[in-house]
Ligand binder design. Structure first.
Ligand code: SF4
Length: 347
């Protein structure tokens, strides 16, 4: 619901303390409110039970807490759950809870829609509306975390920024959200268990290196041949594989971090041995881990699941070059929650 009152979650802890001081209250109220908002995920001032009734009323007269609301929820036969959220201004965005043995991964969105129009991706087909705020990213994570606890009695183990949108085109809020959830005044979630997955924007990757990030970087490569990659990822025309490689070398040199390559295997497009050779060559200058992911159909007949035998041959070839390769089966494909399938189809 739209409201004219300012969003209290735009205020830092220091700004909250200053607000209380200005209004004749003790500054430590700022810390209390901050923890209600970011540790407990309060949805209303009423819940803030260690504040007086008057203070709660005063806060609700001055501020709002516009949160993401669960619009719908779908559960896959494999236990994966897709949440569709509605923003305060009426947009839809999605997150996925992926259980795997004793691990629970949250896949979160960074934007409503996406500007980059990757041809294989359902999100790319819906118009870009806006970036999600730090608070809206936090809401997704907290929702998945609480559901994991409630439904599976498990703590959240990993977070991947791999839902709707290109996280590096929402650099400030994405980075701020990771810093926030890492804070002991919030969820205390280790950045080492967070992965940002990007289509590969060289300038922003260099910025991540300059900013000395402590979370992990995954790049959706999908082909190490420019012609194929541009067909799948049009922005590759502007930022080709060579410029991406230079940025990744810089990233590795400055952070010492290994890079994960996500490689969606799509039948007849990027699954040949020639593609595998190009990929092996591309991986020569920095340490990588390669995740081969079976493509999930999104209704476009041009893109189909790979032949299992070809997928295996591709994997064996890469392993023969001493590369670390995992084959990932996409989860939640029956509810359009798998890689490349998030599209806000629920209206
Ligand atoms: S793959 Fe990522 S960058 Fe490309 S259109 Fe989909 S969400 Fe956007």
């Amino acid at each position: 619901m739209e409201t004219n009152k300012p969003d209290i979650r735009q205020l830092t802890e220091e700004a909250l303390s200053a607000f209380f001081k200005e209004h004749g209250e003790q500054a430590f109220r700022g810390r209390q409110v901050y923890e209600w908002l970011w540790k407990k995920g309060s949805t209303s001032f009423e819940e803030m039970s260690n504040l007086s009734k008057e203070t709660r009323k005063f806060l609700s007269e001055n501020f709002s807490i516009p949160r993401l609301n669960i619009h719908s929820k779908q559960t896959s036969r494999d236990g994966t759950i897709k949440f569709t959220f509605k923003t305060h201004d009426g947009h839809l965005t999605e997150s996925v809870l992926i259980p795997s043995g004793s691990r629970i991964t949250a896949c979160v969105s960074s934007q409503v829609g996406c500007k980059l129009n990757c041809t294989f991706c359902a999100t790319g087909k819906i118009p870009f509306k806006r970036n999600l705020s730090q608070a809206e990213i936090f809401d997704q994570i907290l929702t998945v975390k609480n559901k994991a606890n409630k439904l599976y009695n498990l703590s959240l183990s990993n977070i991947v920024y791999m839902g709707m949108g290109e996280p590096l085109l929402n650099y400030g809020d994405v980075k701020a959200s990771i810093k926030l959830i890492a804070s002991e005044k919030s969820l205390g979630f280790s950045p080492r268990r967070v992965t940002l997955s990007t289509i590969g924007l060289p300038e922003k990757i260099k910025k991540l290196a300059d900013d000395q990030i402590t979370f992990n970087l995954a790049v959706s490569l999908h082909s190490a041949m420019d012609e194929t990659r541009t067909r799948l990822i049009p922005i590759n025309k502007q930022y080709n594989l060579e410029s991406l490689k230079k940025a990744l070398e810089y990233f590795n040199k400055n952070t010492g971090k290994r890079i994960t390559f996500e490689y969606l295997m799509i039948n007849g497009i990027n699954d040949s041995i020639a593609e595998a050779k190009a990929l092996a060559e591309y991986c020569k200058n920095f340490p990588v881990k390669i995740n081969l992911i079976e493509y999930n159909t999104t209704g476009d007949p041009a893109f189909q699941k790979p032949d299992p035998q070809k997928l295996n041959e591709f994997k064996v070839f890469l392993e023969s070059k001493n590369l670390v390769v995992n084959v990932r089966r996409s989860r939640g494909d029956d509810i359009d929650a798998a890689c490349g399938q998030l599209s806000g189809r629920i209206k």
